[in-house]
Design a protein around this ligand. Structure first.
Ligand code: NAP
Length: 344
């Protein structure tokens, strides 16, 4: 190994990684994953070796476990799964990255990654701890920011409802809406503890969607005024409830539909979709990848909000790569508050 390897870096020959062993039918089970050890490829010119510190655990990975054509290619059977990670460069054959740099990249689900330096993005850990660049200062946060401000075109004074509100994206959506002058922010989540946390974070109202029909609970929280923006992380019953509560000219940012990710049969559309006509609603789906050009602006704004306490973020950290499959299954079951991460 050549230039920039540093004096003291221990260069491993092997890495542990989580492979996709089989494709789930419905809910993922432990047998769908395999922990194995493989040789690390030799570093080529222009490449870096990264020791992963944290890997990101995200709902969209459930879709990549299926063998279906989608916006993100399926994981391949018997190969390492992929996903966001943040780590430290421990060897470099690139002039763009130096040993000791902290970078984010897309080769998660493993202890070490060899990849092109150009496929890594350096992050400034003076702004926040490395893990934050997978959450509040990373893809997750940009999803919340772009979805609320660019997709739903939220304006000061409006009423916002967000589902999955105690999760990584949702908790930021609510707080960004407050920071930008929302007159009322309503969140839904899956437990009494999560509802209490939302109120601590500054949400004006929150409810546990297990406590009764979402439409009734949302109508109670929104009152006569209704909602102007619905940030949808969940789909299904939540989307139907929001359509019934949106005001004329209301907007929906369609971010995710986690209530349907494990479905084995097509799920019915909201039965009240027709309301979109009379209320002149806009329902707009989006992928964060289409808003990457706003990342620098976003990190600047969000790091200021984190600094002055306007926004707070939660993390649920699971230790050890061998526990990553369980962390992923637990994420789909709602075990996380804020961003679900695995510390390697
Ligand atoms: P997250 O919200 O931190 O974690 C997932 C949460 O979903 C769980 O904690 C659970 O919380 C909730 N959940 C699970 N099953 C549910 C159900 N049947 N009904 C209602 N809630 C359920 O995950 P995230 O990373 O922030 O992602 C949130 C959503 O954004 C996901 O739909 C994800 O796919 C989407 N997303 C989209 C983009 C994009 O580019 N469009 C980018 C990132 C994320 P409870 O305890 O509250 O049930």
């Amino acid at each position: 190994m050549s230039a920039n390897t540093g004096e003291t870096a221990t260069i491993p020959a092997l890495t542990r990684e989580i492979q996709l062993a089989s494709r789930p039918h419905g809910r993922p089970v432990p047998a769908n994953f395999r922990l194995t050890e493989t040789n690390l490829p030799e570093l080529q010119d222009g490449q870096v070796l990264v020791r992963n510190l944290y890997i990101s655990v995200d709902p969209y990975m459930r879709g990549r476990m299926n063998d279906v054509k989608s916006y993100s290619a399926p994981f391949k059977l018997d190969e390492a799964m992929e996903g966001g990670a943040v780590g430290e460069v421990i060897a470099s054959r690139s002039s763009e990255r130096t040993v000791g740099d902290t970078v984010v990249h897309a080769l998660g689900w493993r202890g070490y990654a060899v990849l092109d330096a150009a496929a890594t993005s350096p992050v400034n850990t003076d702004l926040a701890p490395a893990s934050a660049f997978l959450g509040a200062l990373g893809m997750t946060g940009l999803t919340a920011y772009a979805g609320l401000l660019k997709v739903a075109e939220f304006k000061s004074g409006e009423v916002v409802f967000v589902s999955g509100a105690a999760g990584a994206v949702g908790s930021l959506v609510g707080q960004i809406a407050k920071a930008k002058g929302a007159s009322r922010v309503i969140g839904s989540a899956g437990s009494a503890e999560k509802v209490a946390r939302l109120l601590e974070l500054g949400f004006d109202a929150a409810f546990d969607y297990h406590d009764g029909p979402v439409a009734e609970q949302l109508a109670g929280a929104a009152g006569e005024r209704g909602i102007d923006v619905y940030f949808d992380n969940v789909g299904g019953e939540h989307l139907e409830a929001a359509l019934g509560t949106l005001t004329v000219g209301g907007r929906v940012a369609m971010c995710g539909a986690i209530s349907q990710y494990n479905s084995t049969e097509p799920t019915p559309a909201p039965r009240n979709l027709m309301q979109a006509i009379g209320k002149q609603l806009t329902l707009k789906g989006f992928l964060v990848g289409g808003y990457w050009q706003h990342m620098a602006e976003y990190v600047g704004t969000m790091s200021g909000w984190l600094d002055d306490g306007t926004v707070r973020y939660d993390e649920t950290v699971v230790d050890g790569l061998d526990n990553a499959p369980q962390a992923f299954m637990d994420l789909l079951d709602g075990a996380n508050t804020g961003k679900m991460l695995v510390r390697i």
